[in-house]
Design a binder for this molecule. Sequence first.
Ligand SMILES: Cc1ncc(COP(=O)(O)O)c(C=O)c1O
Length: 393
Amino acid sequence: VNINDLKTLDPPERILMGPGPSNVSPRVLAALGAPCIGHLDPYFLQVMNETQALLRALFQTKNGLTIPVSGTGSAGMETCFVNLIEPGDRVVIGVGGVFGTRMTDVAGRLGAEVTTVEAEWGRAIDLDDLRRAAVTKKPKIIALVHAETSTGVRQPVEGLRAIADEAGALLLLDTVTSLGGIEVAIDAWGVDAVYSGTQKCLSCPPGLSPLSFSDRAMDVLKKRKTKVPNWYLDMSMVADYWGESRKYHHTAPVNMIFALREALRLIVEEGFSKRFERHRKNHRALVAGLEALGLSMLVAAENRLPTLNAVIVPPGVDEPKVRQGLLADYGIEIGGGLGTLAGKIWRVGLMGHSCTRRNVTWFVTALEQVLGAQGAALRPGAQEAISAVYRAS
Ligand SMILES: Cc1ncc(COP(=O)(O)O)c(C=O)c1O
C-alpha cells in the first residue's frame, strides 16, 4: 500500500443478503455521522437511557442491566460467560453449528467443565437430550443458540426454563440472528443472560452487542469468589457507567450508540409484530421461489429461521463461483457454508433493512441466471411462485 496515493473511500453499493452485516438504512448511517460528543455529555447520557429503554422493549425485558456491549456479537458471548463462570463451574451447551461450538471454546478457556448436547447441523437441539444432560450434570449455566447462523436453524425455546429450573441453572441465549427479525421475549422465556449483535436484524453496522442480565444473573455476578478475569467486559464495572453513578469505565463508542438508537427507533416505528411478519412473509416467498426452481432447503420447515435461509447446493454446481457471479454481476452478497457445511449450502440472509420483496425477487432472478449459466437444470415458474406468496397475504 502506498499511503500517499490512497483514493477517497468509496465502497461499492451491495445488496447484503448474507449472514451479516445486512444493509443499513440511510437514517442509521446519518446517525453514525452525527457530530461526536463526549461520552459523559448530558445529551449523550440521555441517549444512553433511551437506547436502554429501546433495547428493553425489543428484548421484552425489565432487566436493569440491558446495554450494548462495546464489541461485536462475540464480545456479547464472551461477556456472558466471563461474568457468570468461575473455573471449575459446569456448563451445558447445545451445539448444532459454528456458534454453539464457539460457546464451548469461550467457556472452556475460562476453565468451565463443558458438557455438549449435540445436534446434527441443520437440526435443533433435542430438548430430551438437553434435559438428560442438565439433570445429570446440574450445571451452573445452560447455553443455547436461538438462531444458529451457520445452519439456519431456529431453536425452540418453549420448555427451556423448566429444564433450567430442574437443574437449578441459569439460562443463556444467543440471539444474534434473531433479535429484531423474530420474536425474542426474554422475561417470558425466563432467560437470564442474552446477547445479540447490531449487524444482523437490527441493520446497524457491526460493532455493538446488545446484552441483558436478569436479577438472577446479576446475583451470580455479585457472589463471585474470584474477580471477573476480563477487565473490559466486567459487567459489575460497566454497569456503573450505564447506571446512576455514570462512573467512567471505558469511553463509549458514542456514534455507534447513536446509530443503534436510530436503528431501534426504526424498529419501534415499524412495530414489532409487523416487522416479524415482514420477515416471515419474505422468507416464505424466498423459499417458494427457490423450491419452484427445484432447489431444496437444509432445514425442516418447522425449524427454519426466516432470517437465515440455508439452501442446498445442487450437485455439479461450482459453489464459490455462484457467489462470485451474484456479487460481480448482480451486486448481491450471500454466504457460503461454514465448517462441515462448507461447499454444501448457501446462506441467504433476510435481515432487517435487507428483508424486502424487491430483494427476494431480484435474488431469485439473479440466482436463476447464475445457475443457468453453469448448466444447472432448473424448473420455470419461480417468479410466479414468489408473486403468489405476496398475493395470498
Ligand atoms: C449466532 C451468532 N452468534 C455469535 C456471532 C458472533 O458475532 P460477531 O461476528 O458479530 O462477533 C455470530 C456472527 O455471525 C452469530 O451469527
